[in-house]
Design a protein around this ligand. Sequence first.
Ligand code: ZN
Length: 321
Amino acid sequence: MLPETQHRTAFLTDPVFRKHQTGWAHPEQQKRMTAIAAGLKQAGLWEKLFHLTPHPATVQNIAAIHDLLYIEKIRLACEEGGLFEPDDVTLGSPGTYEAALMAAGAVLTATDAVMDGRISNAFCAVRPPGHHAEKDRAMGFCFFNNVAIAARHLQHRHGIRRIAIVDWDVHHGNGTQHAFEDDPSVFYFSIHQVPLYPGSGLANETGIGAGTGFTMNVPVGVGATDNDYRREFMESLKPALAKFKPEFILISAGFDAHNNDPLAGTVLTEHGFGDLTGLVMDMANEHSQGRLVSVLEGGYDLPALAASVTEHLRVLSQQRF
Ligand SMILES: [Zn+2]
């Protein structure tokens, strides 16, 4: 374990994410990774982070959430070559399968390192993103549900009983909700704009069967601000986690609620994302021994994405300047 005074934040990314080629006109494109790295370097944060090399996920890891037939379908579509469109907004290329295995694998690598005590927390700058991916289909730029796969891995490999997923991407994480809606061992919190793609995530969706009460959706309207988000984190998320007592917290960190993002109408700033990061860290310190892994989802205005990830990591790594 790390000595209590030594705080170490890992940053995980990989060149293979470039192989998921969606073209230069698609919002979810490889320049997002370049912008994040450049932003961190410019802010002087890059050298202060612990750069952890990710390992790809295995098919078995992915199959904890997705059907084997679906996984094989994506592999074959990539092997055939050329571009393919699993739905009308999602684009795949020959390198997508390899990138998607690494995206999920990076989150597994990060969770293993937190559990081994090698790092305090981590941010995974990965693509394709994951929270819209359903059990048997790609959706909304997502192929494999990175955060959901990591939650199952924490349970199977590390014996973690209660996991909270905090999803602040501006879109509702339908795939994550569906993966755990009947499961009281994973608490899913999503704050997102409504109405907006994918259309789910109303406040009355609170889980089903044994999972009732373990899904919390907080829809916000166009124009929602940093303060609106802070209030929901303090008044909705905080008491819910105080009751649930997660042993590990995962963040589905989309930065598309930013004011400059082209895909939504909320008006958060990069400082707002830094503030929310601090709130979730406080909750992780209180309930989860600080165990926290954050995973990139959306965020499509490149300067806003870079600035938001920088503030996120500034707070995660406790670098105040
Ligand atoms: Zn999004």
